[in-house]
Design a protein around this ligand. Sequence first.
Ligand SMILES: C[S@@+](CC[C@H](N)C(=O)[O-])C[C@H]1O[C@@H](n2cnc3c(N)ncnc32)[C@H](O)[C@@H]1O
Length: 260
Amino acid sequence: MRFGEWVLLKDVKGRAYLLRLREGGVFGHHRGNVPHEEILRAGFGGRVRTHLGEALSVHRPSLEEYVLHMRRAATPTYPKDAAAMVMLLDLFPGARVLEAGTGSGGLTLFLSRAVGREGRVVSYEKRPHHLRQAQENVRAFSDLDNVDFLLGGLEEAQLPEEAFDGVALDLMEPWTVLEKAVRALKTDRFLVAYLPNITQVLELLERAQAHPLALEKVLEVQHRTWDLRPPVAHPSFQQVGHTAFLVQMRKWKDSSSTPS
Ligand SMILES: C[S@@+](CC[C@H](N)C(=O)[O-])C[C@H]1O[C@@H](n2cnc3c(N)ncnc32)[C@H](O)[C@@H]1O
């Protein structure tokens, strides 16, 4: 462990705090403070105490933990959904994936990890402030350096035809970018959209009829956590509720562009 690294501290109630270690820094908890030097000495997997005696465990943040606690410009794709999108997109090391909008870079981090150093994520974001935050979040967590951050609406992008192994969309009106996205997607590969409202899903499916896209599935990802402290053992009283619907579509060979 060294200064500059991300650390996740957890208190006895399971509350988590994300911080970056810096020389002379002090972490403030409502039950006391801990100098960053002490956290560094404890190391990942170790424990520290605040000056008021509160115990905190010290961890390297997982990708899920980082995305849940990182600084936000827009609301990030919930990690359970981002992980499912990687599966629905059928991503693999070396794949090229097109994304819009970048938002805070949460989904970008999942895509970047899935395609690896040999792969590429090309990510469009129309708000400069969101793009800056996403770049900062991604670069601060990952050294893969496999993301192109592009400012602008995907509907205005100049993209080569059939160049991407997948398209991931998390924006309010995905139908406005369908033409560009579908053209850039390889035949028989997947476009996956993340949509909070079923009315958006219905509109997307209707608008998709004008494109060579077939609906594969619409699903929700539900995690039901349990509280296990024997003899207490029951589903947690507080659960993550609805986040979004995931829509998976596959590109057909466009008969209008196939020679007869
Ligand atoms: C909900 S946020 C995306 C969050 C992101 N998936 C994450 O995990 O951090 C939606 C983003 O899409 C951007 N956006 C909306 N329409 C767009 C378009 N046509 N092209 C590119 N970005 C767009 C918005 O500015 C916003 O930042």
